[in-house]
Design a protein around this ligand. Structure first.
Ligand code: ADP
Ligand code: ASP
Ligand code: MG
Length: 694
């Protein structure tokens, strides 16, 4: 037995009905058929409205007219007159009491179909589903549950009583309750009727024909790029249906599942499409199935549900949904919830529900082809670790950039660069987040092998200018990139702004930078309250890992020097170390002897430091350790690093903690001031990722 169910849009017009008849006749070639049909689309809604109307005459006349016009197109001559007479008679029986009134739509549509099939010469029998399907509830209740034992027997008896019939036609949706009154199986219930017929007649084929090519990854009327799901488990189909995928009425799943019948959902308007098969089959791997949306009856909210099968990472999924919504600028009203590790829900205002469905669909079902970048990280310290964490958290996927990072290895091994050189594919990226002073010597061979380089290691850049220029040239010659934005100001867009300024015609005329996080931290902590001595603050900075092993390296301006070299070269000025005049913030006597000795000397000078700060307070100034590159009127550049006194009108006056401030002036334009945090491994890691994806 083949049970074929057609929905409202499949029988909405004479043309649509002709397609239905073709499909049914085709099926009847191979087996006996039960055709279950819905009312013509919109009919049930119209009947409900008629039931509520004060004066429904007009609406009844309109509905009659729709049916008569279908009959006029489908039949000719005597047959037309008889079909129309039959239709008018059914209309005359309409009683405006719910739920009885709702049952008339299916009576009308199926009588037309049965008559047409009979006219075509098929042995056809119209079955009255009201006498076959019984619910187990009393009067006034709709939607079941169905008394399957009783219903299955009645269906079987009816079929067995007509062995000569080739095509049975039965109205969907309608039934009788336990008290014998006409009832319905709930809105969308014709799918359920069909499943009950198929289960009663098992083994049977069950096909649900509708206006879409199957269960799709989401409602195609909301997201046109929705795809048809070729195969889905009973459970996932049931979950999608109960959370709003109207293509299937959820209660229809159980009768089929109990009898092990596959449900095949097909498109009446594209019969060659195999559609969706619902069965117990599940691939055993994590597979996303679809996104559904269910409007809540009150409150103007919608629950969106993502359904999947197989082993699913709850945490990862919750995070991906959160990211998708954030990227779409949509705020969920609650946290993402999870049910049995296969359904993930959140609630949004109904007015943004379409956007929410589209965003989740894009994230889970519209896998854009991401180009894969192999990344090798030298340096397993704080930055290398942060880099791994960021990449792992999103499984390396950066859809906005269209790229996928494959983190091949993070290593502090000295021979790592050689290993990368021997094994990495060209177009891979080698990341230097070491503090090595000689790793840069591997850069040219790497670039020559077609491997790109990203560095956050200032020591790899603050090398003799000829070497720096040779690396840049090797990158250009081999079509590779060599990026190191995080070497100055961490994730702040300082180097980019300097090179933009350098390329603006008149070049960079002035760079002033307070870029030493360590010094800023100590100086700005000190210049406020002075509750701790300068030596104590410095020691704390050292303990927090903000300084070099020997903190005097920072105080001596060495780190600032490296940054100034990088800045100057980015501005097109071939600066060398020897060109920079450095006036350390402490006298030469501090730089002799061991670190502990140094701290003692510093402590001894504390009263002097306080006096100096008090004097500065009195004149409204503060001290800042500023690196400057300035173009002289002659065109030559002067570079120095020294303590400068700045007033309240200077961008350097208000700096706190590890903030950096850089002023860039190019040509006649106003200075560009870039201010922000210049410290932190995860900021550096995010800057490196930007450089990789750029
Ligand atoms: P029928 O009248 O054939 O029973 P329905 O209107 O009840 O058809 O269901 C089909 C409609 O379900 C489609 O037109 C589509 O807009 C909607 N729909 C919602 N979610 C989905 C989904 N995930 N896949 C396919 N269609 C869906
Ligand atoms: N005609 C009914 C409805 O509109 C049942 C169905 O279409 O499945 O809800
Ligand atoms: Mg339906």
């Amino acid at each position: 037995m083949i049970v074929l169910k057609f929905g409202g849009s499949s029988v909405a017009s004479a043309t649509a009905m002709s397609r239905v008849l073709d499909i049914v006749e085709q099926a009847a070639q191979s087996d006996r058929v039960v055709l279950v049909s819905s009312a013509i689309s919109g009919c049930t809604d119209a009947l409900i409205a008629i039931g509520r109307a004060e004066d429904p005459e007009h609406q009844i006349a309109d509905l009659l007219e729709r049916h008569i016009s279908i009959i006029n197109r489908l039949f000719t001559g005597e047959e037309r007159t008889e079909a129309a007479g039959d239709c008018r008679e059914t209309f005359s029986e309409i009683r405006c009491i719910p739920p009885v009134i709702e049952s008339f739509g299916e009576l009308l549509s199926t009588r037309i179909l049965a008559r047409k099939l009979a006219c075509e010469g098929y042995k056809t029998k119209w079955l009255d589903s009201r006498d076959l399907i019984s619910t187990a509830v009393g009067s006034g209740s709709v939607g079941g549950p169905v008394d399957t034992k009783k219903s299955y027997k009645a269906i079987r008896d009816a079929i067995n009583a007509s062995p000569e019939t080739r095509i049975f036609v039965a109205p969907g949706f309608i039934a009788r309750d336990a008290d014998g009154h006409v009832t319905t199986l709930g809105r969308g219930g014709s799918d359920y009727s069909a499943a009950l017929f198929a289960a009663a007649l098992a083994p049977a084929t069950l096909q649900i024909w509708t206006d879409v090519p199957g269960i799709m990854t989401t409602n195609p009327k909301i997201v046109p790029s929705a795809r048809t799901i070729p195969s889905i488990s009973y459970k996932a189909a049931f979950d999608m249906a109960r959370y709003g995928a109207k293509v299937l009425y959820a209660p229809a799943v159980a009768p089929a599942q109990e009898k092990g019948l596959h449900i095949n959902i097909r498109n009446t308007f594209d019969p060659a499409n195999p559609g969706t098969v619902i069965s117990s089959r599940s691939s055993g791997v994590c597979e996303w199935k679809g996104v559904s949306a269910l409007d809540e009856p009150i409150g103007g909210t919608t629950t969106v549900c993502l359904t999947g099968e197989g082993p699913i990472s709850v945490k990862g999924t919750v995070r991906r949904i959160g990211t998708a919504l954030r990227e779409a600028g949509i705020k969920a009203l609650d946290a993402v919830r999870e049910e049995d590790k296969h359904n993930f829900f959140f609630t949004v205002r109904t007015n943004v529900s379409r956007g929410a469905v589209a965003a989740v669909h894009r994230e889970f079902f519209e896998e854009r082809a991401l180009s894969v970048i192999d990344v090798y990280v030298a340096g397993a310290g704080a930055v290398g670790t942060a880099l791994r964490e960021i990449i792992d958290a999103c499984s390396g996927r950066f859809p906005a950039a269209g790229k996928q990072i494959r983190l091949v290895e993070v290593s502090s091994d000295h021979s790592f660069a050689d290993r990368v050189l021997a094994t990495a594919r060209s177009r891979s990226v080698f990341v230097d987040c070491t503090d090595s002073t000689d790793i840069w010597r591997k850069f040219i061979p790497l670039l020559q092998a077609g491997i790109n380089i990203v560095s956050s290691n200032r020591r790899s850049l603050a090398i003799p200018y000829v070497d720096y220029a040779a690396i840049k040239a090797a990158a250009a010659e081999n079509g590779c990139f060599f990026r190191y934005d995080t070497t100055v100001g961490n994730a702040l867009p300082i180097l980019q702004s300097v090179s933009d300024g350098a390329n603006c015609g008149q070049g960079v005329t002035l760079i002033e930078a307070v870029v030493s996080c360590t010094l800023n931290y100590i100086i700005t902590s000190y210049d406020g309250t002075r509750s701790e001595s300068f030596a104590t603050l410095l020691r704390r900075a050292q303990d927090e890992g903000l300084t070099e092993q020997d903190p005097r390296t920072d105080l001596g301006g060495r780190d600032a020097l490296r940054k100034l070299l990088i800045l100057a070269r980015e501005a097109g000025v071939p600066l060398e170390e020897k060109d920079v005049e450095i006036i350390p913030m402490l006298g030469p006597e501090f730089f002799e002897g061991g670190v502990e000795d140094f701290y003692r000397k510093l402590e001894a000078r504390e009263p002097e430091f306080i006096r100096r700060e008090d004097e500065l307070d009195a004149i409204g100034k503060r001290q800042r350790f500023v690196a400057t590159l300035q173009r002289e009127p002659s065109g030559a550049y002067r570079a120095d690093i020294r303590m400068r006194l700045v007033g309240i009108d200077s961008p350097f006056y208000w700096i706190s903690g590890t903030e950096n401030v850089t002023v860039i002036q190019s040509g006649q334009s106003y200075p560009l001031v870039i201010k922000g945090s210049g410290e932190g491994a995860s900021l550096a890691a995010s800057g490196i990722i930007r450089n990789i994806l750029q």
